[in-house]
Design a protein around this ligand. Structure first.
Ligand SMILES: NC(=O)c1ccc[n+]([C@@H]2O[C@H](COP(=O)([O-])OP(=O)(O)OC[C@H]3O[C@@H](n4cnc5c(N)ncnc54)[C@H](O)[C@@H]3O)[C@@H](O)[C@H]2O)c1
Length: 272
């Protein structure tokens, strides 16, 4: 809900991949507060502690589907559930993602394929599966249906020993532009934009910092936090809710004339 007390996503249905943690969970919380019905998906079993706790907390407008974004059959099952339960989909946040660090000559083919599978194939499959339903649903809402593909500042600029992640997030950025043009020129009621977070305090970032500590790159995680904060013009990391605010803007009718664009929320990192 915004400061005027209006719920801007009432009557809209949203699907968020990787929704049980971090940025995806913050998007779910924001969309629910704005009146949307939200379907979260993630790898965890529905009766796992994390899924049970999150779903209890989010309340009846939220539901959960266990799905691996790399498996087309999981996407198809998710689409069938969404159609049966809601009959429409207006907002798709392709948020599930993973990272991979290391000097390029040390990366395994298996690691490379895994990150492409999750970060790139996962986004492609989500879009491919839901586009027909979204094109129909989008006709009924101001601004049309909205696809939000979560890329990264690492999809815009390079970074030391992050080349595979750079490649995957760059692919998300360009795939988004490609589909945006396709939908716009066919006058389909779907917009598609990419969201580019800087460093955000989430379990993914924490695990990445831990790996750097384990590999001797730093003594402790706090040193890495301080270094990244120091290299960010605003002097701090982002909270997931700050990224969810951007996703909400892209989901809402306020971004009705925006497609194929990049929403960068990075505390000034890529402005340097
Ligand atoms: N945290 C950051 O600093 C940061 C910065 C830029 C971009 N991003 C991107 O934002 C997105 C969310 O990241 P986060 O930091 O919230 O991460 P996170 O690890 O906290 O949450 C990601 C979620 O995706 C799920 N997931 C992973 N692989 C999956 C799969 N194959 N199928 C379904 N779900 C899967 C995980 O279980 C997890 O719940 C990712 O795409 C990430 O690359 C994060």
């Amino acid at each position: 809900m915004n400061e005027l007390g209006a719920q801007r996503l009432t009557g809209r249905v949203a699907f968020i991949s990787g929704g049980l943690r971090g940025i995806g969970l913050a998007c779910a919380e924001r969309f629910l507060a704005e009146g949307a019905e939200v379907i979260l998906s993630d790898l965890d079993a529905p009766d796992s502690d994390i899924a049970s706790n999150v779903m209890d907390r989010l309340g009846h407008a939220a539901s959960y589907i266990q799905a691996n974004v790399t498996r087309e059959e999981d996407w198809q099952r998710a689409r069938d559930v969404v159609r049966d339960r809601h009959g429409a989909l207006h907002i798709l946040v392709n948020n599930a993602g993973t990272d991979l660090t290391g000097a390029v000559e040390t990366l395994s083919m298996e690691g490379w394929r895994r990150i492409m599978d999750i970060n790139v194939d996962g986004v492609f499959l989500g879009v491919k599966t839901f586009v027909p339903m979204m094109a129909e649903s989008g006709k009924a809402v101001t601004g049309g249906a909205s696809i939000i593909n979560v890329s990264s500042i690492m999809g815009l600029v390079g970074y030391n020993e992050v080349s595979a992640y750079n490649a995957s997030k760059g692919a998300v950025r360009m795939f988004t532009k490609g589909i945006a043009i396709e939908f716009a020129q066919k006058r389909m009621a779907i917009r598609a934009n990419s969201l580019h977070p800087g460093f955000v305090v989430t379990p993914l970032l924490d695990a990445g910092f831990q790996r750097w500590v384990d590999s001797g790159f730093a003594d402790k995680k706090q040193d890495l936090m301080d270094a990244v904060s120091g290299a960010t013009p605003m002097g701090r990391l982002a909270e997931p809710a700050e990224l969810a605010a951007g996703a909400f803007f892209l989901a809402s009718a306020d971004s009705a004339y925006m497609t194929g664009a990049e929403l960068v929320m990075d505390g000034g990192w890529t402005a340097q």
